[in-house]
Design a protein around this ligand. Structure first.
Ligand code: NDP
Length: 481
């Protein structure tokens, strides 16, 4: 059985304690590899390596850093098929999705931040006749990057690339549930000639390896993406040490559909925003609000299309929904379907585990599920399920839609469907969310700030926001007058 290894100081090595964790293939529910069960000793090695690499990497010319990140991007592109297959197997997502979205976007992250490094600049503030202030934006040192399982390589690279581009050295931990593409990235970094110690990838459990990264005094900043509860634990651990924090957390995103929308465009995009990656994208629209005059039409079409979605082997090109990432996560999703019914909801489509025969018999599959008839304040409508489960609710007025949309503790993203431009802008201004999509979903320009408000996070990633996060501004004031 394959044993993945940690990538520390430019080498692939086993964990100090020689303890290993099983890594499962969700489509088959079977162990197919093992990963290091790293602890504080491995993190200490990784931090030492990153500290040693920092003086040289932070002074490496921007051209060289750019070239190095570009080589990584090119290698990801060259190995796209292999990486997509690995990610699909590790995560359970349809191979088509990994091939078309996840892996190309991971390459784009490296490409984008390689070139952003060439454009990044700092400010000068002249005091006429007297002095000039200029701001140095310097790398922080050793930074920690911790990422979740749902878009493994994409979210991992989304943090690592800007950290490296700005001259930091990194200790990173992917989710232990989906470690494979992070491991393959370490091989790519070796092939690309990334200097040793600049990036260190340590595998293991969040509460052990992850917590050790947050705890280490030499780690000056943590960029974390994951659940809100974990974000709170990390914030509590990091705050007394005054670490810089960027937290990208959970969501319960509204999808608001007005009667004047382009129905065909809306319904086909709503299928994706509801069920892409088995609903395991932080930006999926899980609360769907539909204006009453088209509610029945929407319900009929949405239910029909949802029932026609193929759940199956992630490797099959016909598959629309693959496997759920883990057995506990599948149980959690199904428990929410049961809860929704206890809360008075009606299941219009799905609601069950899908059980296959043969090779996939032990895999973790859930039908795409639509629930109608729930009150806005109930737990099903308030808590993040993070699976292929959406609720639908009618509304009458724009004010009501806004109140429903804003009525949770989360504020990550929102989608609005309307052909009324004035209303679209008015709604966008008043929605509590970091990202508002109008007549589209998941359309991303990497230059724009990315992140959530309320319990969905603190800070912003994306574009120069991430470059600012990973640098410390220092003002230099020179008096000449
Ligand atoms: P978790 O919060 O469980 O884990 C995220 C990462 O943190 C994992 O690598 C995990 O390791 C690690 N971790 C767990 N506990 C600690 C700790 N005490 N200290 C340090 N690290 C720790 O999230 P999931 O992996 O379950 O991902 C799903 C969540 O991520 C959802 O809530 C989703 O909304 C959110 N998300 C948010 C996004 C955004 O941009 N806002 C984007 C994508 C997802 P381990 O796997 O070993 O537990």
């Amino acid at each position: 059985m394959i044993k993945l290894q940690n990538y520390i100081n430019g080498e692939l090595i086993s964990p100090v304690n020689d303890n290993w964790l099983d890594n499962y293939e969700p489509a088959r529910g079977k162990v197919y590899s093992q990963i290091p069960d790293s602890d504080a000793d491995d993190i200490a090695l990784a931090v030492e390596a990153a500290k040693a690499a920092f003086p040289s990497w932070s002074k490496t010319s921007i051209d060289e850093r750019h070239d190095c990140l570009m080589r990584i991007a090119s290698l990801i592109e060259e190995k796209l098929d292999m990486l997509a297959a690995a990610e699909s197997r590790d995560n359970g997502k349809p191979l088509k999705l990994a091939t078309r979205v996840d892996i190309p976007r991971a390459a784009s992250n490296f490409r984008f931040y390689a070139t952003a490094a060439m454009q990044f600049s700092s400010e000068a503030h002249p005091m006429p006749g007297m002095a000039i202030n200029y701001t140095l934006r310097q790398p922080l040192g050793v930074v920690g990057c911790i990422s979740p399982w749902n878009l493994p390589l994409y979210l991992f690279s989304w943090k690592i690339a800007p950290a490296l581009a700005t001259g930091n050295t990194v200790v990173a931990k992917p989710s232990e549930i989906t470690p494979m593409t992070a491991y393959l990235l370490s091989e790519i970094c070796i092939e690309a000639g990334l200097p040793k110690g600049v990036l260190n990838i340590v595998h293991g459990l969040g509460h052990k390896a992850g917590a050790a990264i947050v705890d280490d005094p030499a780690v000056t900043a943590i960029s974390f993406t994951g659940g809100t509860k974990t974000g709170a634990a990390i914030a509590a651990q990091a705050a007394p040490k005054f670490k810089k924090l960027s937290l990208e957390l959970g969501g319960k995103n509204p999808n608001i559909i007005f009667a004047d929308c382009d129905f065909n465009k809306m319904i086909s995009t709503t299928m994706h925003s509801s069920f892409a990656n088995q609903g395991q994208i932080c930006l999926c629209g899980s609360r769907i609000y539909v204006q009453r005059s088209i509610y029945d039409q929407f319900k009929e079409e949405f239910v029909k299309r949802t029932k026609a979605l193929t759940v199956g082997d992630p490797a099959d090109p016909e598959t629309k929904l693959g496997a759920i990432v883990s057995e506990p996560h599948m149980e959690k999703i199904l428990s929410y379907v049961a809860l929704a019914q206890e809360e008075g909801g009606t299941v219009l489509a799905g609601g069950h585990r899908v059980q296959f025969d043969g090779d996939l018999a032990d895999g973790w599959y859930v039908e795409p599920t639509i629930i109608d008839g729930l009150a806005p304040g109930c737990r099903t409508n308030q808590e993040e399920i993070f699976g292929p489960v959406v609720t639908i609710t009618p509304f009458d007025t724009e004010e009501e839609a806004l109140e429903l949309a804003n009525g949770t503790q989360y504020g990550l993203s929102c989608t609005i469907w309307t052909e009324d431009l004035t209303r679209a802008h008015r709604m966008a201004e008043n929605i509590h969310a970091g990202i508002v999509w109008i007549n589209c979903w998941l359309l991303r320009d990497l230059r724009t700030p990315f992140g959530g408000t309320k319990q969905s996070g603190v800070g912003r990633e994306g574009g120069f926001e991430a470059m600012r996060f990973f640098t410390e501004p220092k003002n230099v004031c020179i008096k000449y007058g």
